[in-house]
Ligand binder design. Structure first.
Ligand code: XMP
Length: 319
């Protein structure tokens, strides 16, 4: 793609100019954006870049392995894998407000990055895969009064005080352009085509308070749902699909016993940029089969519902 080849060259020059001889830390989230940003920056400045993948305990099933494999084995880009789940889940204990969740996660991400920066003798820059829609949606609702809907920064709301300057080479791009750039940079199709995944991870898919037990249930339900979508060949038709664990228990019956377990909400939308979205029209047979599989395969769930809200008025994520 000609435009992306030109963009790649231009951005590489800009990154070199901005960074000079400085050191850059790049946070990887498991999503396409941060991966593309990291590969681009690595091309520009080589080992002045250190990639940090923070396992905050809020990742999907097998996410850490996928990301570590891509960077260490496919690209040979050095990657620091930090297990910070104790710290994140500890500080999130009892936190139920979505914005407080984002701010807490954002602050902890920066703490981890600064700690890793220290280990390499200091870093001057922090790189992120921020896209144009992230910039818009974090700042204000277009056209209306300045209201923050969600503090969407790529790491989930950055703190005011930060020692590192930001490097955000994708700030002018939309998702489809980032995917083109990713292909241009040789990212494997399976990675480029992945659905978006938010920096705050499963924290914002677990409304109410977050516990390890709930996260385990959510991870399993989500994996069954995505497996179903892939098996039916629907993955690429959908912009984003995921499960949400509702903070509600309901009564059910299984065999000849009573159950009292959680409700899983399923979400799937089509979209071109994430700013507006339509709920995806699965056929009922698919939904029924998926519900049955989740309830049979995931202990702790006895009811499944499908979200038929578009954006607006809903947002894609539930928090
Ligand atoms: P919403 O829920 O605002 O989501 O309709 C639009 C797109 O943005 C993603 N999203 C986030 N990404 N940090 C991120 O990096 C965040 O805090 C965040 N919140 C939402 C969401 O997954 C969807 O693709």
């Amino acid at each position: 793609d000609w435009t992306m080849r030109a963009f790649r060259e231009e951005e590489i020059a800009k990154i070199r100019q901005q960074v000079g001889k400085g050191k850059v830390i790049c946070g990887l989230s498991g999503g396409v954006d941060s991966a593309v940003a990291a590969v681009l920056i690595h091309e520009a400045i080589g080992d002045q870049l250190t990639c940090v993948f923070v396992d905050h305990g809020l990742l999907r099933l097998d996410e850490a392995k996928t990301v570590v494999d891509l960077f260490r084995h496919h690209y040979n880009i050095p990657l620091v894998h930090v297990d910070a789940s104790k710290q994140f889940l500890g500080e999130l204990e009892g936190v139920t407000d979505p914005e407080v969740k984002r701010k807490t996660i954002g602050r902890l991400f920066i703490e981890v990055f600064e700690q890793e920066a220290k280990k390499i003798g200091g870093a001057d820059f922090l790189a992120q895969g921020t896209l144009y829609p992230d910039v818009i949606e974090s700042v204000s609702f277009t056209g209306g009064p300045s209201v923050t809907i969600k503090s969407h920064h790529n790491v989930g709301g950055l703190p005011e005080r930060m020692n590192m300057k930001l490097v955000e080479p994708l700030r002018e791009l939309f998702k489809d352009e980032v995917r083109k750039l990713g292909r241009e940079l040789g990212l494997p199709e399976i990675f480029v085509g992945r659905h978006p995944f938010p920096g705050p991870g499963l924290a914002i898919r677990c409304p109410g308070d977050i516990t390890r037990d709930k996260l385990d249930i959510l991870r399993k339900a989500d994996a069954v749902y995505i497996d179903q979508i892939r098996k039916h060949g629907l993955y690429d038709e959908i912009w984003q699909a995921f499960a949400v664990l509702l903070p509600v228990k309901t009564v059910g019956v299984m065999g000849d016993g009573r159950t009292y377990d959680y409700v899983v909400g399923l979400r799937a939308v089509t979209s071109t940029d994430g700013m507006t979205a339509d709920f995806y029209q699965f056929d009922m047979k698919f939904l029924g089969e998926t519900a049955t599989r989740i309830i049979n395969e995931v202990k702790g769930v006895n009811r499944v519902v499908y979200d038929v809200t578009s954006k607006p008025p809903g947002t894609i994520e539930w928090e």
